[in-house]
Design a protein around this ligand. Structure first.
Ligand SMILES: [Zn+2]
Length: 109
């Protein structure tokens, strides 16, 4: 757990290992996506997006929570065929819009 100190005093948020565990659970069984809660604020569900060549089995992955706006980014990972891949030829600004990806805080450690 990482401690942040802000105006409201210390608060804690899930570290990267906890987010990775959540992501692994979704990759292992994509049906988990709709029932997986945020490791940070417990909101259900979390959101994912994958970016890579259409039809490829690997790409970049994003996992985030629309409620607390924390999440992680993984540069290369296996992507189950159940998930739609956003083409790498899509301009970055359009990727964010296409998948309704908010400006979330990426947890790196
Ligand atoms: Zn959350």
């Amino acid at each position: 757990m990482i401690e942040n100190t802000d105006a409201d005093g210390p608060r804690y948020h899930a570290d990267r290992a906890m987010w990775l565990e959540v992501f692994a659970g979704i990759i292992n069984d994509p049906e988990n996506l709709l029932r997986t809660s945020c490791p940070n604020c417990a909101a259900v569900p979390v959101r994912v997006a994958f970016i890579g060549p259409p039809g490829a089995s690997a790409g970049s992955g994003l996992l985030w929570c629309d409620t607390c706006l924390f999440g992680i980014s993984i540069s290369r990972m296996n992507v189950p065929s159940e998930f739609e891949m956003i083409s790498t030829s899509t301009p970055v600004g359009d990727i964010l819009e296409a998948a309704s990806i908010p400006d979330f805080e990426v947890i790196w450690e």
